[in-house]
Design a protein around this ligand. Structure first.
Ligand code: ATP
Ligand code: MG
Length: 451
């Protein structure tokens, strides 16, 4: 962390040499005290934005109204923000106006939590008028100033409180906690995009399990009459879903964690789609996530209906799985296996596990001991053995099939290719060009697929 700050030091020193008090602030100070890797380096200065832009050859006017100029130094970007205070918060979110000030202590007063309101000077000295160091030592997350007022100014801070408490394993100071519970409803005033990005940081952070527990305890989503809490309860707010998410931190991928939250919350597919749309996730990301949920629903349905009495039934589940993999795609299938691998509690109830026959006689493992493990391993092996996951993986492409079948192109071609793909998955034909073309010819003869 020292080196990242050292790299930014020339920016501080240049401003200082021109007589402007300048410091590192916010997350980078907090994280360097915690000896964590730094994300972005924020700098606060007494210089006005125009003065900052005059002093450095490469700058971007990122948010002049709010006093922020991005300075590019040795290819690194630093946000340099003029000391400021804020006022006139409207509708419990962003301030209507900011006032530039010369006083660093006043700038620190507007910041959300004491651990985020420390400054570091170029000589390494910490300026800490609100007691951030003391709270780090005690392990406490505390609002700067009166918590009621601070959450009424900007309700997003309630989510940030939970994020920082979870991430840094802090307790929340009693007055701060009471204020969160008192003002939970103010969250409906906050743009879903900002909520989405906070939740994303919590889910992707070091302790999503803690964030979920804090979230549930805070009551931030208890009132389902409001449209917002109803939608975000997906990600684990339901108390009864917490148990199955206890190991969520074992999942490395943030999107695996998101999907797990939806599964634990038992959200039906349309609600999941609504959630990710509401949280402003990209369409690509939302569709990858919903594919995982859809696959889960299909597999749970298939597993639920098994009597576990016959080997054939089991084999047909495996065939069904392979077709589902093709339907929902390799990404969703691997993600789902990772999820149920770490969180087997998401599968149908344990009672049914006892009567499952050994899935793999070669391992000779006891059925009861590792039902979920052997089920998941078996599904994974089937997936790994698939010759192709999509049409582009087939050894014969559309034009080759067209040439062999010798009919004018039409919608039949796509359907025939899909058939070939499924046939490779089910082991009816090898993924080899000549065999695929023969197979295509035969299907075309047998089924006379026209149009
Ligand atoms: P991270 O980058 O890990 O999210 P951070 O502390 O750097 O943590 P940012 O959102 O980057 O958080 O904000 C930088 C600093 O700006 C914070 O440390 C805090 O001092 C201040 N800040 C950010 N958002 C708010 C807010 N909603 N209310 C008050 N101060 C805020
Ligand atoms: Mg930051």
């Amino acid at each position: 962390t020292g080196t990242a700050l050292a790299a930014a030091l020339p920016v501080l020193q240049k401003l200082e040499s021109c007589g402007f008090e300048t410091v590192f602030v916010g997350g980078c100070v907090r994280d360097s005290l915690w000896k964590r890797p730094l994300k972005d380096i924020d700098i606060a200065t007494a210089a006005r934005p125009e003065q900052v832009m005059d002093l450095f050859p490469q700058t971007i006017p990122t948010g002049l109204k709010h006093g922020t100029v991005t300075v590019i130094h040795n290819d690194s970007h630093y946000e340099v923000t003029t000391f400021r205070t804020e006022s006139g918060y409207e509708d419990f979110r962003r301030p209507a106006s900011v006032q530039f000030v010369d006083n660093l202590a006043a700038d620190l007063q507007r910041r959300d939590f004491t651990i985020n309101a420390m400054a570091m000077r170029s000589n390494g000295e910490i300026f800490d008028p609100v007691g951030g160091l003391d709270d780090i030592r005690k392990g406490v997350l505390r609002c700067v100033g009166d918590p009621d007022a601070r959450f009424q100014e900007d309700a997003l801070r309630m989510l940030r409180a939970i994020r920082f408490a979870a991430e840094y394993e802090l307790r929340i100071a009693p007055a701060t906690w009471r204020a969160i519970k008192r003002h939970q409803r103010l969250l409906v005033n906050i743009a879903m995009e900002r909520i989405g990005s906070e939740c994303d940081k919590m889910i992707g952070g070091s302790h999503p399990d803690r964030a979920i527990v804090w979230f549930a305890a805070s009551g931030l989503m208890d009132d389902t009459k409001e449209p917002l809490p109803e939608r975000i309860q997906a990600w684990g707010g339901r108390r009864e879903s917490l148990g199955s998410l206890a190991n969520i931190t074992l999942l490395d991928e943030p999107d695996d964690r998101w999907a797990a939250c939806c599964l634990a919350g038992d959200l039906p597919l349309p609600a999941v789609k609504g959630l990710f749309q509401a949280l402003c996730f990209s369409a690509r990301r939302a569709s990858r996530l919903t594919a995982i949920i859809a696959l889960h629903e299909a597999m749970v349905e298939a597993i639920k209906n098994l009597s576990f009495r016959s080997e054939n039934e089991w084999l047909s589940l495996l065939q069904d799985w392979k077709l589902r993999v093709l339907e929902h795609g390799e990404y969703a299938s691997r993600a789902w296996l990772r999820i149920i691998g770490e969180l087997p509690g998401l599968l149908p109830s344990a009672a049914e596990r006892h009567s499952i026959p050994p899935l793999d006689r070669t391992t000779g493992s006891s059925v009861e001991a590792d039902y979920s493990d052997s089920l998941i391993n078996r599904l994974k092996r089937e997936l790994d053995s698939l010759p192709a996951f999509s049409l582009s993986g087939l050894a014969a492409d559309g034009s080759a099939v067209l040439a062999r079948v010798g009919k004018p192109a039409g919608p039949w071609l796509g359907r025939l290719l899909e058939k070939l793909l499924r046939a490779t998955a089910l082991g009816e034909v090898a993924n080899e060009k000549e065999q695929l073309l023969n197979y295509a010819e035969q299907v075309n003869r047998d089924e006379v697929i026209n149009d």
